[in-house]
Design a protein around this ligand. Structure first.
Ligand code: IPM
Ligand code: MN
Length: 337
């Protein structure tokens, strides 16, 4: 049976990298029944809609969603900041309750990293709350006394399910180690909820060894001693920032993949590279499709296609010589399946 997949190329290099991901999936023999959705900046500018209700309803019926990238070019003024990000990607994360953002970082054994060390860690980023929830607003906007607030929403329910997922994941890995990253020394309300919840759930997982790092210190450790980390669990915004850093230290953001997961499978999960739309390199063949290929492999794994996923993960252990174009990198990996 073919899996039904919604393909959202989105903006910039999104569709270029997805084409290569689909090429590599094709080489595994797994059949996907894909439907493309033209969403993103162009769609918004021509229709005034980012993601309408009927499209959202239609998306709910797919087995998974594969997304390229979302966002207008830096400096473009046609689209107000956040319109596409909040209206498309975050709307999908929230509406489909994709509460886990799983971001694995594993440098290929054969290739050196910027920090000169092998990196093998997974960041579990809470994906529906925190400062992303949209709490806040303006008062006295446009006056000299203008006020803007942007609150961080942390529910016991949301924090606990993310932490519980991270503990289970840590249990499935050889090291069985989990680090909570937060800023409990300053964010004394949210941090307290996270730490207390973490400590309580930890009692159910006595085999998992635990650590806590403040997020600023975690940035140092990630660069100087990434071997400290196995699984990390953190809130939405810290997770956003930390995963760009983790991408940079583990071989480059061009390799970093992610799964926005609904572990209960009450709606389709969404798989996407961590990188953005990179409008500056559209059409140059310089976009690295590796992150999209790895994201597609995560999708296959989630859909139960373990063998095919493993074939792609194994292929990704080899690294092509520098200078290959986007489609040549896709072909390189397709040939290694
Ligand atoms: C990411 C991206 C998104 C985020 C943007 C595009 C809304 O940076 O997936 O990391 O901030 O979550
Ligand atoms: Mn990000």
């Amino acid at each position: 049976m073919a899996h039904s997949i919604a393909v959202i190329g989105g903006d910039g290099i999104g569709s270029e990298v997805l084409a290569e991901a689909l090429k590599v999936v094709g080489a595994t023999g797994v059949r996907l029944d894909t439907k493309s959705f033209e969403l993103g900046a162009k769609h918004y500018l021509s229709t005034g809609e980012v993601l309408d209700d009927s499209t959202l309803t239609e998306l709910r019926d797919f087995d998974a969603i594969l997304l390229g990238a979302v966002g207008p070019a830096i400096g473009s003024t046609e689209i107000p900041p956040g319109t596409l990000e909040r209206g498309l990607l975050l709307k999908l994360r929230f509406a489909l309750d994709l509460y886990i953002n799983q971001r694995p970082f594993r440098s290929p054994d054969t290739s050196p990293t910027y920090v000169g060390k092998h990196v093998d860690m997974v960041v579990i980023r809470e994906n529906t709350e925190g400062t992303y929830a949209g709490e806040g607003g303006f008062l006295r906007k446009g006056t000299p006394h203008e006020i803007a607030t942007q609150g961080s929403v942390n529910t016991r329910f949301g924090v606990e399910r993310a932490i519980r997922y991270a503990f289970s994941l840590a249990m499935s890995r050889p090291r069985r180690h989990l680090t909570l990253v937060h800023k409990t020394n300053v964010l004394t309300f949210a941090g307290d909820l996270w730490q207390r919840t973490f400590d309580e759930v930890a009692m159910e997982f006595p085999e998992v060894t635990v650590a806590y790092n403040h997020v600023d210190a975690a940035c140092i450790y990630m660069v100087e001693a990434p071997e400290r980390y196995d699984v990390i669990v953190t809130d939405n915004l810290f997770g956003d920032i930390l995963t760009d850093l983790a991408g940079a230290i583990s071989g480059g953001i061009g390799l970093a993949a992610s799964g926005n997961l609904n572990p209960e499978r009450t709606s389709p999960s969404l798989f996407e590279p961590v990188h953005g739309a990179a409008h500056d390199i559209v059409g140059t063949g310089r976009a690295n499709p590796t992150a999209a290929i790895r994201s597609a492999a995560m999708m296959l794994e989630f859909l139960g296609e373990k063998d095919a996923a493993l074939k792609i993960f194994n292929a990704l252990e080899s690294v092509p010589e520098p200078g290959l174009k986007t489609d040549e990198v896709g072909t390189y990996y397709a040939e290694r399946i």
